[in-house]
Design a binder for this molecule. Structure first.
Ligand SMILES: [Zn+2]
Length: 131
């Protein structure tokens, strides 16, 4: 049985994630839901293109995607240049609040109730501030 572990606005994002999982030996599939039904409503609300893996690989796959997802890319794009409110340092990194919980809730209820909030964490003083 396939489990949806992530959804993306654009197909290429899903394929980048799929390639990463493939490299780790996890079979992943990109599901393009074109059918208009309740499932379509959900997938559309969640961003569109879904990434699926066999159920037994789901937690491992999420860990892999959570580890290096966005951080390196965002730093390359300069998204991380946010000043710390507490100490004024520019030495911050992207930090996501609630990602793992959103996934666990999604697994149980088939719908994400916890929004994933993006934030930045200061590497100097450890303060986490919401964007
Ligand atoms: Zn700081």
């Amino acid at each position: 049985m396939l489990t949806t572990i992530a959804s993306y606005s654009f197909p290429w994002e899903a394929h980048i994630a799929k390639a990463r999982l493939d490299a780790e030996g996890i079979p992943a599939f990109v599901a393009d839901e074109q059918t208009i039904n309740m499932q379509w409503l959900y997938s559309n609300a969640m961003g569109g293109v879904r990434l699926q893996v066999p159920e037994q690989f789901a937690l491992q796959a999420v860990d892999i995607l959570a580890e290096d997802h966005s951080e390196e890319l965002e730093q390359e794009l300069g998204v991380a240049s946010v000043s710390c409110e507490a100490c004024g340092s520019d030495n911050t990194e992207p930090y996501q609040i609630g990602k793992r919980w959103a996934f666990l809730v999604f697994l149980g209820l088939d719908f994400p109730l916890f929004p994933v909030k993006s934030a930045h964490r200061c590497k100097d003083c450890g303060t986490i501030q919401k964007d």
